[in-house]
Design a protein around this ligand. Structure first.
Ligand SMILES: [Zn+2]
Length: 468
């Protein structure tokens, strides 16, 4: 089988040879012992190893024998600042008000621009090592240039915006026009087609007036940059919008003209039938972060409609949220949970399973974040965002169905090599674009200083005894 473009005259710089290539192409073909040919930043062929070696003699090779090669994974909702430097510091037995006002707000206030860059670098390295090659930043960045610099240094693809709100009772609120001007500036600095692209990002929830919501949607539509924001992870947004507008949140957004294919909504856990209908009718995409809802007790097992949205043709991607909610930036873990929840909540073992969850993590995730023309599958003409999973570990022995093994048996721990835009960013499990030891040392130092400046104290679950 040869999936190359006929007549594509480019010659490759690299052949990734001998792995089982999970293409996620429209026929979902898996090329056993196959080869992917990469020229510059682009995949130019995927096919048989012997055939591509004879077609491109003398090309450098990366041996992927006993490996599984997948498209780079899509993380549609990842906070790059705030939590990465305080991982596992915020207690996991407090309600969301306490988490926000006692922790998140003072920590963000104490964040320096250099903390944002360091925090983003740490989060990008974690994502890359788990096979994530595209990150949609979730909308809580104060210094987008510092975050974009970290993403570029790590070599991860993604989108970034800057936060802003205009409700008067929130600290640092600005008029809607000013918030939109800042968003526009980010989009102009990071135009479409680059490794890092600008996206309109609002925090969402109740932190935006109707004017700001409608203006952000307009900006997203007219520039083509897209919009992302949070809504309805728990019941609070539903109650707030009922008080504010007499309607449920997504129906209010629909009336304002905010919903549509340009919008990637994070969470959308608490939707009623009419809101589900509005999401489907408008082609609004959703970033589904199942670990965050379990971790924060937000009620996904009671209210979540993501499996239904997906099977009805909705645009669902997976996300890992943040360091004190989803915690692990590992899309394969999220994929397993998404499939497990769908089966259990639907009392339907034949419901969404490993293949569908892997679609959410790759091609359908790419479609939901608006990048499917360029990434999400291994097909000639697409950008070379590729993950080589080492399939020699016990979790891969014996080799059964590859989708099941990727979703149920393993997670980011099998990731061996990662390429973004044809550039190798992870080699043998280590991120090679960043000095990992230096990053760790700097992060430990910055974390201690940040906690001190924010005036918060880590409360350990158990007594910690010095034992030297
Ligand atoms: Zn979030």
């Amino acid at each position: 089988m040869n999936l190359a473009f006929d007549g594509m005259a480019l010659s490759p710089d690299l052949l990734i040879t001998g792995g089982d290539v999970v293409t996620m192409n429209p026929r979902r073909e898996v090329l056993l012992g196959g080869t992917v040919a990469v020229a510059g930043d682009t995949i130019i062929a995927a096919g048989g190893t012997r055939e591509l070696r004879s077609r491109f003699p003398g090309t450098a090779e990366l041996d992927a024998t006993d490996c599984v090669v997948t498209p780079g994974l899509i993380n549609a909702h990842q906070h790059l600042t705030g939590d990465p430097l305080v991982r596992a510091c915020i207690p996991d037995d407090i309600d969301s008000d306490e988490a926000i006002y006692q922790w998140a707000v003072p920590l963000h206030e104490a964040h320096l621009p250099e903390d944002e860059e360091l925090s983003a670098l740490l989060a990008c390295v974690e994502n890359l090592r788990n096979g994530v090659t595209t990150i949609v930043e979730a909308g809580t960045v104060a210094h987008p240039d510092r975050v974009a610099r970290a993403m570029t240094q790590a070599g991860v693809r993604g989108t970034v915006g800057t936060w802003g709100w205009d409700v008067e009772d929130a600290p640092h609120a600005a008029p809607a026009g000013e918030v939109l001007d800042r968003q526009r500036a980010v989009i102009e600095s990071y135009p479409a087609g680059g490794l890092v692209e600008g996206r309109v990002t609002l925090v969402g929830h109740g932190l935006a007036s109707d004017e700001l919501l409608a203006g952000a949607a307009d900006l997203a539509r007219t520039t083509g940059a897209g919009l992302t924001m949070h809504m309805s992870p728990g019941r609070a947004d539903v109650e707030h919008y009922r008080e504010r507008s007499g309607r449920r949140p997504l129906l209010h957004l629909a009336d304002l003209g905010v919903l549509g294919p340009h919008l990637l909504l994070a969470h959308a856990v608490w939707l009623d039938d009419a809101e589900v209908g509005a999401v489907l009718a408008t082609g609004t995409a959703i970033a589904y972060c199942p670990w965050a809802y379990l971790r924060l007790g937000q009620g996904v097992t009671r209210a979540g409609r993501h499996a239904e949205l997906f099977t009805r043709g909705g645009r669902i991607a997976l996300g890992c949220d943040t360091g004190n909610a989803g915690d692990a930036a590992d899309i394969l873990r999220a994929a397993a949970l998404a499939a497990g929840l769908a089966k259990d909540m639907g009392l339907d073992p034949a419901g969404i399973g490993a293949p569908e969850a892997l679609e959410m993590a790759t091609i359908r995730g790419a479609e939901a974040v608006g990048l499917a023309a360029r990434v999400g599958s291994i097909e000639p003409g697409k950008l070379a965002d590729l993950v080589v999973h080492d399939a020699t570990g016990p979790q891969w022995t014996p080799r059964g169905d590859v989708a099941q093994q990727l979703v149920w048996s393993t997670d980011g721990r099998s990731v061996r090599d990662v390429f973004v835009n044809g550039r190798q960013v992870v080699r043998r499990g280590r991120c090679v674009t960043v000095d990992e030891a230096g990053l760790r040392a700097e992060s430990l130092k910055a974390s201690a200083a940040l906690l001190m400046r924010a005036g918060v104290t880590v409360r350990h679950s158990w007594p910690h005894l010095r034992s030297n």
